[in-house]
Write a protein that binds this ligand. Structure first.
Ligand SMILES: Cc1cc2nc3c(=O)[nH]c(=O)nc-3n(C[C@H](O)[C@H](O)[C@H](O)COP(=O)(O)O)c2cc1C
Length: 185
């Protein structure tokens, strides 16, 4: 079965991201069509990029990088759960992406964005960055609104329509993730 990493892209204390990632994971697991795992950036405690060699060399000198690389290498596809911070995705997620290279390439990714405006600008930025790394980003995406999907901005109560949209994202991620397997073999 295809292995899908659900990357939780915010680490802020009290973050909404945790509930969103859990929602993605719970609905995904019910499908029974792949293995799904939440990857919480907070568990990896990556510093500002401190590798002396370019990530494309794969010559990782630090244990924290090797641990992160092993985790990302273990997946065939990803769902990025990202908030929007100042019209982009969080710096901690950019750093986590920048630490690696080959571990991302020729894999598929989908997006669940959230924020005041549904996280759409954050996801657009992330698509640009991932294009450089050879990630195939699927067109469907989930856009969760701070105003209507989080009570008082904090209690996650997603509108029912988002479940269908998440299903579309996962369908596309699995289809493209599967199609790319031979390329990496
Ligand atoms: C530093 C910061 C900047 C933000 N900038 C934006 C923004 O530009 N556009 C937007 O739609 N929401 C913005 N928001 C709202 C967040 O997307 C929203 O609070 C979200 O729940 C934050 O994710 P988190 O709780 O997982 O950290 C910002 C929030 C923070 C903390």
């Amino acid at each position: 079965m295809i292995r899908v990493g659900i990357i939780l892209g915010s680490t802020r204390p009290g973050r909404n991201g945790e509930a969103v990632a859990r929602w993605v994971h719970d609905l995904a697991v019910k499908r029974g069509d792949a293995t799904y795992e939440v990857v919480d950036l907070a568990d990896f405690e990556l510093p500002h990029l401190d590798e002396p060699m370019a990530a494309a060399s794969g010559d990782y000198r630090h244990e924290h990088t090797r641990r992160w690389a092993d985790k990302i290498a273990s997946f065939d596809a990803f769902v990025f759960v990202t908030p929007e911070y100042n019209h982009s995705f969080p710096g901690v997620l950019k750093t986590a992406v920048d630490f690696l290279y080959a571990e991302w390439g020729n894999k598929a990714a989908g997006f669940v964005g959230y924020g005041v405006d549904g996280g759409v600008r954050a996801v657009e930025h992330l698509r640009h960055v991932l294009a450089m790394l050879g990630v195939a980003t699927v067109p469907a995406q989930v856009t969760l609104s701070y105003w209507t999907d989080f009570e008082n901005g904090v209690d996650f109560r997603p509108a029912a329509m988002h479940e269908d949209r998440l299903g579309m994202v996962l369908d596309q991620v699995l289809a493209w993730g599967g199609a790319l397997l031979p390329l990496r073999a």
